[in-house]
Design a protein around this ligand. Structure first.
Ligand code: AMP
Ligand code: TRP
Length: 344
């Protein structure tokens, strides 16, 4: 069966949005608007799998929403909302808790990283987090999911859940007139030179919201001075830049900066090295600063402006939630019939 093409993705309202979120995810969200119907969600239910201060969470939700809009997502042509306003996400996640197997979730590397050594003390929600993520996507029967490299394993799990549901309930799916398959196999969209942006302090670690040193990342709200300072201080090695991509293989910091430049410019690492290969880092860093400030400066300014108008942000979320819920409710009705729940 051919499914209607639809894009879904989510970002957690936890801490500062940074260049990794921007290049790995949000710029892709923006580009996909031209070709697809898109649904972009601020995933507050996911956020509380680890402790969130209830006074900070609403601010963070509004800040991610402001970032979406400031980066160029159009909440009128597409759908922008926060997850907790559409109860069907949690409802479908429960059903997926009963479809997914313990063994599948036990293999998730992000749970192991986030739970750390004290696994006994991690929330149950953190363990079943990927089931909720599968529900986010499949409650809209979305076909394409733009994410950074770190979400690849979770996407594979979502595909496994979709397939197991389709198999387990095959007869019922047919009996209720939904053809042979109910859920599509959502396709991850993970491409380009910056699917995994690394820390500016350590090229072997992912740039992340939770890293204690602010010098490890460029935040979307950083001003020009902060961006310049962080790039100037970014770790490098003593060699000049190589002329070919192969020369980056054993040089994680150089590879990272070249990837960031390529992604910001909308070109490839090969092209960047054609221009800067053989040169010193100082020259390259100056060019990178100019480019980063030109791209991120206006976004930070617009986020600040939107930050002064929470009523507008809340109206965007309310409107998006209403439109999302219409689609999600339709799917849940069918899912309840398929599973065998009595409904009125
Ligand atoms: P999160 O902030 O964890 O909700 O992530 C939101 C999106 O940003 C997801 O699609 C992630 O895969 C992506 N992302 C997060 N950190 C990075 C990074 N360092 N490089 C590339 N993409 C990232
Ligand atoms: N787990 C994703 C992250 O941490 C966020 C997310 C939640 C998501 N639900 C999703 C991404 C559905 C894509 C599709 O980055």
């Amino acid at each position: 069966m051919a499914f209607k093409e639809r894009v879904f993705s989510g970002v957690q309202p936890t801490g500062n949005l940074h260049l990794g979120n921007y290049l790995g995810a949000i710029t892709k969200f923006v580009a996909l608007q031209e070709r697809y119907d898109c649904i972009y969600c601020v995933v507050d239910l996911h956020a509380i799998t680890v402790w969130q201060d209830p006074l900070e969470l609403p601010k963070a939700t509004r800040e991610v929403t402001a970032a979406f809009i400031a980066c160029g997502i159009d909440p009128q042509r597409h759908i922008v909302f926060n997850q907790s306003q559409v109860a069907e996400h949690a409802e479908l996640a429960w059903i997926f808790n009963c479809v997914a197997r313990m063994g599948w979730l036990n293999r998730m590397t992000q749970f192991k990283e986030k739970a750390g050594k004290d696994r006994e003390n991690a929330s149950v929600g953190l363990f079943v987090y990927p089931n909720l993520m599968a529900a986010d996507i499949l409650v809209y029967r979305a076909t394409h999911v733009p994410v950074g490299e770190d979400q690849k394993q979770h996407l594979e799990l979502a595909r496994d859940i979709a397939q197991k549901f389709n198999n387990d309930f095959a007869d019922s799916i047919r009996a209720h007139g939904h053809g042979n398959v109910f859920f599509p196999q959502p396709e991850p969209l993970i491409q380009g030179p910056a699917t995994r942006v690394m820390s500016l302090r350590d090229g072997t670690k992912k740039m992340s919201k939770s890293e204690p040193s602010d010098y490890s990342r460029i935040n979307l709200t950083d001003d020009a001075d902060a961006i310049a300072q962080k790039i100037r201080k970014a770790k490098t090695d003593p060699e000049p830049l190589p002329s070919e991509e192969k020369g980056l293989e054993t040089r994680p910091e150089a590879d990272n900066l070249v990837g960031i430049y390529a992604a910001l410019k909308g070109t490839s690492k090969t092209e960047v090295l054609r221009e800067f290969g053989g040169g010193q880092f100082s020259t390259f860093k100056s060019a990178l600063i100019d480019l980063a400030v030109a791209r991120l400066g206006p976004i930070g300014a617009e986020m600040k402006r939107l930050g002064r108008d929470p009523a507008y942000i809340d109206s965007v979320l309310a409107d998006g939630a209403q439109r999302a819920q219409v689609i999600a409710a339709e799917t849940m009705k069918a899912v309840k019939d398929i599973v065998g729940f009595v409904r009125s």
